[in-house]
Design a protein around this ligand. Sequence first.
Ligand SMILES: [Zn+2]
Length: 522
Amino acid sequence: MATEKVGIIGYGAYIPIERIKTELIVKAREKKRKDLSQFLDKVRNGLLLRYKSVASLTEDSTTIATEAALNAVEMAGVEPSKIETVAVGSESKPYAVGTIARHVASFLGLGNQVYVADLEGACNAGMQSMVFIESQILSGKIKYGLAIGTDVAQAPIGDPLEYACGAGAGAFLLGRDDPLATIQDTAAYSSLTLDFWRREGIPVPSHFGRTTVEAYIKHVIGAIEALLLKRPEISLMDFDHVVFHQPSGYMPVKTCKTLTQENIEILDNPELEDRIRITPEFIDEKVKPWLRVLDTGNTYAASTPIATSDILDHAKPGENILAVSYGSGAYTVATWLRVEDAILARRGKVPSVMDYVNRRRDIKLDGYHRLLRFKGGSVRSRLAAPRIVAEIEPYNGQSMRFTLCNGCQRVFYPPRDRCLEYDCEGPVEQHTLPVYARLLSVKKLTLRDRLTSNFDILKQGKVLIVDATLSELTPGMELESLIRRLDNEGKQGLIIYGPTYRPAFRAKALVKKAEASPVLAS
Ligand SMILES: [Zn+2]
């Protein structure tokens, strides 16, 4: 059923498998502090920072956006060729020029007649992309569009930002066909407040510390005021679930506490005081359950999309959701969603946010440091990173194609008829790998073999295994393919993406849900 309002017809999240306990990093960085135990208590119980997700060597904002978007598209059941726009909000773009959006479009099999754009707007950019897609659909320009927030959050080593910054992505496929949640309204609030920034060519952001606390509270409340001014029929207490951007657990909770006061002095519109005031119980019941920052850390532009997806995994038809994203600089967007009946049949078709939260491997500080070193290292030093290589056999018939160029030794996915580099004479060869596979044999590359390139591994008909340790891999087990980052050619060259495999996770989550659901099982 087509609706007047634009809505979400599919949504999806992605969180990398590796996590580190925040206190392990804090202990190492702050070991000279005399008040270390009080400081740790503050991080854990005051800032509400417990774990953070860490992107592996094969992951970046593009690959994690791709899996989140795949979940959104599969949940909606829309043919990828019908999607006409991809807009991606991120502040950790793998290319300064070269979009995440077109990579996602190609990796998902979208066509060529597609609007693609990456949006900058710090952590607000994910939800901002949703407003742009909504407008394109409302104007009749497109029928379906993907709005994505994705980040592998960056921070200087030893900066308080490092304790929080995580990695993840959230994606929404918008349209008018039987949405599972409709966008009732949105409102924006912004001012030139550069509390946090990153200069061109500099890998990590800088910030004014506590300036962000003030800017965050002012702009989040500003967007809620703007929404209440537009919609006189609602009050903040009318919402069943509320999420604000989560740089920590502290910030959204502190903002909420500001709104419990008798006199709310921060308001631009004091006449809204009674409609914006909330109770302490409201914070406990409507806000705190969605603090996914406890599991992932601050996922920047993905923070609000992931928490909103978590709400959608649990909400009932008819309920109202308020999602307010915040980006330093400073911008906020308040989005009012109403959950529709279609959610009951559609959610559960892809892994939920909590499925990704619970798919986890805890790493220690040395593993975390090794990862940082490899990520910052040269092409040659990256090859020294431990790699697991496997032989596989096809499992259920679906296959994917990619290209190897023997001239420049590059892997191309999607496949190409000739090399991308005009002067490279190739020749190129076309290869096929199964979408689902069974593991035949597996080994970790030995010290002697470790300079074998990922190109050579694929050329030999073998594949790279990701997201698993050797002990978790047994012959015969089911694997699923995914597109990951295989190589990067120094700091200036191309980033090479291509097929890798991991133990079936998406496939397993789907089977499990089908068994648990009486409707699907009958
Ligand atoms: Zn070539």
